[in-house]
Design a protein around this ligand. Structure first.
Ligand SMILES: *[C@@H]1O[C@H](CO)[C@@H](O)[C@H](O)[C@H]1NC(C)=O
Ligand SMILES: *[C@@H]1O[C@H](CO)[C@@H](O)[C@H](O)[C@H]1NC(C)=O
Ligand SMILES: *[C@@H]1O[C@H](CO)[C@@H](O)[C@H](O)[C@H]1NC(C)=O
Ligand SMILES: *[C@@H]1O[C@H](CO)[C@@H](O)[C@H](O)[C@H]1NC(C)=O
Ligand SMILES: *[C@@H]1O[C@H](CO)[C@@H](O)[C@H](O)[C@H]1NC(C)=O
Ligand SMILES: *[C@@H]1O[C@H](CO)[C@@H](O)[C@H](O)[C@H]1NC(C)=O
Ligand SMILES: *[C@@H]1O[C@H](CO)[C@@H](O)[C@H](O)[C@H]1NC(C)=O
Ligand SMILES: *[C@@H]1O[C@H](CO)[C@@H](O)[C@H](O)[C@H]1NC(C)=O
Ligand SMILES: *[C@@H]1O[C@H](CO)[C@@H](O)[C@H](O)[C@H]1NC(C)=O
Length: 640
């Protein structure tokens, strides 16, 4: 039956549609003039979005213009720079300003001039006359000036997007107080300043409020609690201060709350438990203090809790263990103390737990082994007094394990050899013994930080098997031997090319391979730090082939010979530190004139000759201790 019914209803539908769409009247003259006035102020329209807008034709047939079928008046104008149809996407721009003539479209309901990128100038105050307007989209342009006070007359507005422009000034109190039909408001990515008006509380239909990335200051108005329909609230990246109002707990439909990167103080109110729909909560980068309220355990839908970089303190409430849907907890860099509650073992959806940089003490509850979805655990910089990596971690499925400065001692446990870890940071502990040959079995490693420990051995040849390794930090150990296993390691194309290497403060000997710049693993390295080792030989000219290299630090070695002129071919270099070696000869001019050079230090060598003229402002300290050097910034050379 339904098979027969469908085509019939479709035919009926098409019939009615064609009846409606055959316009009885052509475009109204006033509307046509208003639209031509807009076109007149557009100085460039590279994709011909307004090509059909000609004086001789019916404006109701123009692209992007829709008229009411009965009255023939223009109700919608939609010329967005980013248009997507069934099988096409146009991304284009229009250069010009907004003509006040558009305000003559007295029947207009929708105006979409978003994403045209190059619309400039002010929003004409005349737009306040568009009293039937329900949708206004002017986002993603370069509009300047402030929101016209006349916007208070746009009382039918349901959606207003002015985001990503260059708008400034305060938001008029009267505008917020009169827009009681507004459900979506986007003002993000502008330069608005001053207080968020108290009249915010009048916009009782709001479901989405996005004010992020502006310069709003003052407090979050208490009246925010009146916005009972609010689902999305983003005030991040402003200068908002004061405390989080208690009234916020009344927003039972709120799904997303972003207040990060502000100046908020005070405690997180216990009323937060009223946010029963909340899934995403981001309060990071503020100055929040006090303990987390136990009521936080009532946020049963929460998925992400991001509270890092505040001054939160007290014990972690055990009630957090009730949040069975939470996938990510970021509490880094606060002042939490006490033990990690064993109830955390109930967080069955947890993927990321970052409690680093707090004052948490041990032991870590072994029940955490139940967290079968946990992928990333960061407990670094807590006085946990761990001694050994907790056994339960052996049976977890972690990809990232960070336990820097947590009191680890002794040798690396054997079980690591069969883990599929991609990030391992055990730095700043008291680990000792050899770098085991089985480290080469950890072939999924892309980041390894064992710096600041007591490892003493050479780097085993098996290290070459770390085909995905990109960042290696072994600085401040007692490692010795040669470095070839590092520079010549294998890669698994296109992955596994080094990004950074820090092997400083060890006892590595021998020469730096003269072909270092041709090694596959080295081709895209950004930072190479080999300082404070007894490395000898000369600085390889092939380093000049490292086209991404920004930082080269070789200070405090026993390097001799000249500074190779080829180094100047590594044009991204910003930092060159070669001090306290035995380098001779002169400073190549091309190196000193590298475009991005910020730091240059060759002090304490045996360099000679005139310092070549250079543009960068380099301090004299970088040249001292070379008896044969002269010229600015050192004293002038003496003429013989
Ligand atoms: C005008 O736009 C609104 C909102 O997108 C839409 O619902 C309405 O059907 C459009 N009117 C006409 C005549 O196209
Ligand atoms: C609106 O239309 C009237 C009559 O056509 C015209 O005189 C007036 O200048 C228009 N207003 C604007 C702002 O263009
Ligand atoms: C934004 O506006 C200010 C003046 O209010 C102006 O100095 C600045 O150049 C504008 N920025 C852009 C990107 O147009
Ligand atoms: C933001 O506002 C503060 C005062 O609250 C002011 O000092 C600062 O200059 C403003 N920044 C910008 C970019 O407008
Ligand atoms: C967790 O999420 C699931 C689906 O996303 C949902 O059905 C369930 O109600 C949530 N649990 C709680 C305690 O809210
Ligand atoms: C590396 O990771 C992949 C994907 O997660 C996994 O299948 C593989 O077993 C891991 N290899 C090792 C040696 O752990
Ligand atoms: C390794 O850890 C130390 C702190 O323990 C830190 O200072 C260093 O930046 C880390 N290395 C990398 C490459 O992140
Ligand atoms: C490391 O891998 C090799 C070759 O696959 C294997 O023979 C050896 O037993 C492994 N070592 C450890 C400690 O897992
Ligand atoms: C590298 O620098 C040297 C000397 O400055 C120059 O002769 C050579 O052509 C450069 N090589 C490349 C590949 O740019």
């Amino acid at each position: 039956m339904s098979i027969h019914r469908k085509p019939l209803s479709l035919i009926l539908f098409l019939l009615t549609l064609s009846l409606i769409q055959s316009p009885s009247q052509s475009c109204h003259q006033v509307d046509k003039q208003a639209l031509l006035g807009f076109k007149h102020k557009i100085t460039s329209d590279p994709s011909d979005l307004l090509l059909s807008w000609t004086p001789s034709s019916d404006c109701c047939a123009w692209a992007g213009v829709a008229c009411d079928p009965t009255s023939g008046r223009v109700v919608n104008v939609s010329r967005s720079g980013l248009m997507s149809g069934a099988d096409f996407i146009i991304d284009t721009y229009m250069v010009g300003t907004l003509s006040p003539s558009l305000s003559n479209l007295s029947f207009l309901q929708l105006l979409d001039l978003s994403n045209l990128k190059e619309l400039r100038g002010r929003i004409p105050p005349e737009f306040g006359r568009l009293s039937r307007l329900t949708h206004l989209f002017l986002d993603k342009n370069k509009l300047a000036g402030s929101i016209p006070t006349s916007f208070q007359f746009l009382t039918k507005l349901e959606k207003l997007f002015l985001s990503d422009n260059n708008l400034s000034g305060t938001v008029p109190f009267a505008v917020f107080s009169s827009l009681s039909s507004l459900s979506q408001l986007g003002l993000s990515g502008n330069r608005f300043s001053g207080q968020i008006p108290l009249s915010l509380g009048n916009m009782v239909s709001l479901t989405q409020l996005d004010l992020h990335e502006n310069n709003f200051s003052g407090k979050i108005p208490d009246t925010i609690g009146k916005l009972k329909l609010l689902e999305y609230l983003d005030l991040s990246e402003n200068q908002v201060s004061g405390s989080i109002p208690k009234s916020i707990g009344g927003l039972s439909k709120l799904v997303l709350l972003y207040l990060n990167q502000n100046q908020l103080t005070g405690t997180i109110p216990s009323s937060i438990s009223g946010l029963v729909s909340m899934q995403f909560c981001r309060l990071s980068e503020n100055k929040l203090t006090g303990a987390l309220p136990a009521s936080i355990g009532q946020l049963s839908n929460i998925q992400r809790l991001i509270f890092e970089n505040n001054m939160l303190s007290g014990k972690l409430p055990a009630t957090i263990g009730n949040l069975v849907n939470v996938t990510d907890i970021f509490f880094s860099n606060n002042r939490f103390f006490g033990e990690i509650p064993s109830s955390f073992a109930n967080l069955g959806s947890l993927q990321t737990l970052d409690l680093s940089r707090n004052q948490l003490s041990g032991p870590i509850p072994p029940q955490l082994v139940k967290l079968q979805n946990l992928q990333s655990l960061d407990l670094s910089f807590n006085p946990l007094g761990l001694a050994t990596i907790p056994e339960w971690i052996e049976n977890s499925r972690l990809f990232r394990l960070l336990l820097a400065k947590t009191g680890l001692k002794g040798q690396l446990p054997n079980w690591l050899s069969s883990s599929s870890m991609s990030t391992l940071d055990l730095s700043s502990n008291r680990l000792t013994g050899k770098l085991p040959t089985w480290i080469g079995n950890m072939t999924n490693l892309s980041f390894l930080n064992l710096s600041n420990n007591g490892f003493h051995s050479s780097i085993p040849l098996e290290f070459k098997n770390l085909v995905l390794l990109m960042d290696l930090d072994l600085h401040s150990n007692m490692l010795s031997g040669q470095l070839d296993a590092v520079f010549s390691k294998n890669v698994q194309e296109p992955l596994g090319h080094f990004n950074s290497i820090d092997l400083s403060n060890n006892m590595f000997k021998g020469f730096i391979d003269e072909n270092i710049g041709e090694k596959t693993a080295m081709t895209s390295i950004v930072s190479l730090v080999l300082s404070h080792n007894p490395l000898g030989g000369s600085i390889p000219a092939s380093l000049g082939k490292l086209s991404a290299l920004q930082v080269l630090e070789l200070l405090g070695n026993e390097l001799s010979g000249r500074i190779p002129m080829e180094l100047g071919n590594a044009t991204e270099l910003t930092t060159i530190v070669l001090s306290n070696n035995k380098l001779i000869g002169s400073i190549p001019e091309n190196i000193l004139n590298l475009k991005g050079l910020i730091e240059f230090d060759v002090s304490g060598n045996r360099l000679s000759g005139r310092i070549p003229p250079h543009k960068a402002l380099l301090p004299v300290s970088g040249f001292l201790g070379n008896p044969g050097l002269c010229g600015a910034p050192l004293p002038p050379c003496r003429h013989r």
